[in-house]
Write a protein that binds this ligand. Structure first.
Ligand SMILES: *Cc1c(COP(=O)(O)O)cnc(C)c1O
Length: 396
């Protein structure tokens, strides 16, 4: 379909209809092209495609129809000129950073971040001579203070995993622009349905599409969105030659997941707000950007259409009480995944953030009593009953 014709569609329509390329069979659900290679009518076509004079498929590390459909749909949802998908969220984050950084460059990154995102800046970047400074991303002045003459990239999540820190995107993106710094936002917790960093001046938006985009806990996937120039000049040369490609089957699964993203993200956000309000009086600390107790509640609500399905809370009795609560669950699963239609509870200090070490966890606010929940699509009354019972069993 002519992509320009889809631009006037509203977001929910884009999610269902955007990025659909029908074959000659007229299928309603998009086809899965599980093919690594492609054949040509004549030798001239091969030559023209390889020089870029003609469009068309050549090899699935370079293009694949099912993968391209997903990229078009995500770009439309994000309001981005271009998107490329990767085999996982971490493949997306790695590509988004390494495609534009070189030895001697400097990165400023948020301290509160997904464990592997921290590993990229703490361990991988320095191995290749890229300096990194990790800051408290919720303190605006820290961004400015960390800038050096060789600062090339700002990298952060908002809300952040697992402490739900909120970054002031307008401030940070304006600051980056003024210093010629590229801003990369990991938007996995919100997705374009709840928050669009490009509208605040971000240069690139990266995703773990494993989370809300697939939304049903089926496949690993990642995505990077940005301007055509960024994608074609920076990301594509890196991606095409290093090969972190998403399988066409997984691309198809995420493509289908996006059709219900609006409904899921809104319904799960609503249940997360209700469950957060229920839990708050029973625990030592609540970390939910949708609740007035969050230090950046008003900012979060200006940046987001809804607060999303994920929040965290702290029980006063440390690891022992956190484990007692987890072990008392009957409906909610003990699981470190997020974005699923199933409600999942996890203890970050012993799972997603275990490898960081105690000192970095403490600096990040990942205490031994911290629990992170993904609120799914189950009936909120059943979820509330299960959490109520588990809190009581844990002595809360
Ligand atoms: C899960 C997650 C990632 C990593 O994504 P994978 O698909 O697991 O590789 C990166 N950032 C955030 C914020 C995440 O939640």
């Amino acid at each position: 379909m002519d992509r320009a014709a889809t631009r006037h569609w509203r977001p929910a329509t884009r999610a269902v209809r955007g990025g659909t390329w029908r074959s000659e069979h007229g299928e309603t659900s998009e086809a899965v092209f599980l093919s690594s290679g492609f054949s040509y009518d004549d030798a001239e076509t091969v030559a023209a495609r390889f020089t870029g004079e003609a469009t068309g498929m050549t090899y699935s590390r370079l293009q694949n129809p099912t993968v391209a459909m997903l990229e078009e749909r995500i770009a439309l949802l994000e309001g981005a000129e271009a998107c490329r998908v990767q085999a996982s969220g971490m493949a997306a984050m790695t590509a988004a950073l390494l495609c534009q950084l070189s030895v001697g460059d400097h990165v400023v990154a948020a301290r509160a971040a997904f464990g592997s995102c921290r590993w990229l800046v703490d361990h991988l970047c320095p191995r290749f001579g890229i300096e990194a400074t990790v800051i408290d991303s919720a303190v605006d002045e820290e961004w400015e203070r960390a800038i050096r003459p060789n600062t090339k990239v700002f990298f952060f999540e908002t809300p952040a995993n697992p402490t739900l820190d909120v970054v002031n995107m307008q401030y940070v993106c304006d600051l980056a622009r003024a210093h010629g710094i590229v801003t990369v936002v990991d938007n996995a917790f919100a997705t374009p349905v709840l928050q669009r960093p490009l509208e605040f001046g971000a240069d690139a938006v990266a995703y773990s599409a494993t989370k809300l985009m697939d939304g049903q806990g089926r496949v690993l996937a990642g995505a990077v969105c940005g301007s055509s120039q960024f994608i074609e000049e920076k990301l594509l040369p890196f991606q095409r030659n290093t090969g972190p490609n998403l399988s066409p089957f997984s691309a198809w699964v995420v493509h289908k997941g996006l059709e219900t993203l609006h409904l899921r993200a809104r319904a799960q956000s609503e249940s997360a707000l209700a469950l957060g309000r229920f839990i708050e009086p029973r625990v030592a600390r609540m970390l939910h950007p949708g609740l007035p107790s969050h230090p950046r509640h008003e900012l979060a609500m200006r940046q987001m259409d809804a607060a999303g399905p994920i929040f965290a809370f702290e029980v006063p009795g440390g690891r022992e009480q956190a484990f007692a609560l987890l072990n008392a669950l009957e409906l909610v699963d003990i699981s470190n995944n997020i974005g699923d239609t199933r409600s999942l509870l996890c203890h970050p200090a012993s799972s997603t953030h275990a490898n960081l070490g105690a000192e970095a966890r403490e600096a990040m606010g990942v205490s031994e009593g911290l629990l992170r929940i993904n609120v799914g699509l189950e009936d909120i009354a059943d979820l509330t009953e299960d959490i109520d019972r588990a809190l009581a069993k844990a002595g809360l």
